[in-house]
Design a protein around this ligand. Structure first.
Ligand SMILES: O=C(O)CCC(=O)C(=O)O
Ligand SMILES: [Fe+2]
Length: 253
């Protein structure tokens, strides 16, 4: 049995923590991991071999077990223990509804996440509005570490161009888990503004306000960002059978 630190508050079911302002379905669990677990994972991220990092213009990232090639996971090694335990185990332990057994990866090809993307956002960095595309089963589990920030959800206008005004905003606190699925995956775009301070962080404007751990921290409507690291857990649909046979030369450390 997974021993669960006392700081963690897992709901009986995801349904209890559904973000009701959003179309079905998104879930937010503020106290998903403890401070000690957060520190241990951040230490692993920060001390990963240099070759693990990919530097973009403003942001850097790691992929585990590897990048996708043509939407396919070539490296079929399992995720390392520090990404599986406690997070994957805990995600799979929460039933969707009070009266069911099924977890959120029921119906995904591998029944569990097989890929983790780690993104690091210092203040003033973000990610452009985008959709995650067809490589993944449409369930996205994001654990946030280090700092809070707002994830914006956008829609395209009728002419296909992005409507730059977000339809909703979700505040993600450190140690929280956000799960987005279904229409939120396929019909909406998501992005993070490259700013140092989120403004208008208010009950009226934040979709998951009633589920936040510490709404009182934003009484002035401001969220001063620090470096926020996110772990995005997804199930890649296509895993190459050849992957297991690839020699070490093709694999990241
Ligand atoms: O860091 C996040 O929360 C979002 C990352 C993301 O949307 C992506 O990498 O596709
Ligand atoms: Fe994304």
């Amino acid at each position: 049995m997974d021993s669960i630190p006392s700081q963690i508050k897992l709901p009986r079911s995801l349904e209890a923590n559904r973000i009701r302002a959003l179309p079905p379905a998104a879930y937010y669990i503020p106290d998903f991991i403890s401070e000690a677990e957060e520190a241990a994972i951040l230490h692993k991220v920060e001390t990963a071999p240099k070759a693990r990092w990919r530097q973009l213009t403003h942001r850097r990232l790691q992929t585990w077990p590897s990048d996708l090639v043509k939407d396919t996971l070539l490296d079929a090694r399992p995720l390392p223990d520090w990404l599986e335990e406690p997070i994957t185990k805990r995600i799979l332990s929460i039933p969707i509804t009070d009266d069911g057994e099924a977890n959120i990866f029921v119906g995904s090809p591998h029944g569990r996440p097989n890929h983790v993307l780690i993104n690091e956002y210092p203040p003033n960095t973000g990610i452009m509005p985008h959709k995650d595309g067809s490589a993944y089963h449409p369930v996205v589990c994001t654990v946030s570490l280090g700092s809070s920030l707002c994830l914006n959800l956008y829609k395209n206008k009728e002419d296909g161009a992005l409507d730059p005004v977000p339809v909703w905003r979700i505040l993600q606190e450190p140690r929280s888990l956000l799960i987005t699925t279904a229409e939120l995956y396929s019909a909406y775009l998501h992005g993070i503004e490259p700013i140092a301070t989120d403004i208008d962080v208010l009950e009226q404007t934040i979709a998951n306000w009633d589920l936040l751990r510490s709404p009182s921290l934003f009484q002035d409507g401001l969220n001063q960002r620090q470096t926020r690291t996110s772990l995005t857990y997804r199930d890649v649909l296509k895993v190459s059978k050849l992957g297991n046979k690839l020699g070490p030369m093709f694999k990241r450390p």
